[in-house]
Write a new protein. Structure first.
Length: 195
């Protein structure tokens, strides 16, 4: 029997703690940095910690692929008296092919939840400077997205419309192959909280 997603996350957490306590050492860490000046400036101890975590995370990712262990975690989104269980890719794990299918399958329920929750709220496209937008513009973005993500604070509902690789969709460098448009629904102006 293979390990579960939760067990893999526990292993990663334990390994991170052990590494920062100095219980894990990668002797070849200085050799992995092409620039000896940078290697010396950062120091062998810090480099060893970074590479120990990277190596262990790569082993976990290989295990996920080999055994088909999901990288998705589920949480409950609460907003305006409504609740919905939603999946998201854990930032320390990778998405296996079944994960993207699960994200796509959850999209209709998330969009229904979002549409039912935004009555009377103003819509904003997230960015360095959030810009007001319209429901029609958001619906155009919905039409070209592959899956959705939801998050909420007490006063704001965040809808992310994503495409491409779930692991890269939040990285600007991955566009246009992968990406994510974020919409904020709020009564006034966005608070600037990063969710």
């Amino acid at each position: 029997m293979s390990y579960t997603t939760e067990q893999l996350l526990d292993f990663l957490d334990q390994e991170l703690r052990a590494t920062w306590k100095g219980e894990r050492v990668v002797l070849s860490s200085a050799d992995r940095v092409d620039n000896p000046v940078i290697s010396k400036a950062i120091g062998t101890d810090k480099l060893s910690k970074v590479f120990a975590i990277q190596d262990f995370r790569a082993q976990i990712h290989d295990y996920q692929h080999q055994h088909g262990v999901s990288g998705l975690v589920w949480h409950t989104c609460h907003f305006a008296g409504r609740t919905l269980r939603v999946p998201e890719l854990h930032p320390q794990l990778i998405a296996i092919p079944a994960d993207k299918a699960a994200l796509v399958a959850a999209r209709p329920a998330m969009l229904e939840f979002w549409r039912e929750s935004i009555n009377g709220l103003r819509l904003w496209m997230a960015g360095n400077q959030p810009q007001p937008t319209t429901l029609e513009h958001v619906e155009e973005r919905i039409a070209v997205s592959e899956w959705a993500e939801l998050a909420a604070t007490r006063d704001e509902l965040y809808l992310s419309l994503c495409w491409g690789d779930p692991k890269d969709c939040h990285c600007d460098w991955a566009k246009p192959a992968s990406g994510c448009d974020r919409i904020i629904a709020t009564a006034g102006e966005p608070s600037g909280i990063k969710v």
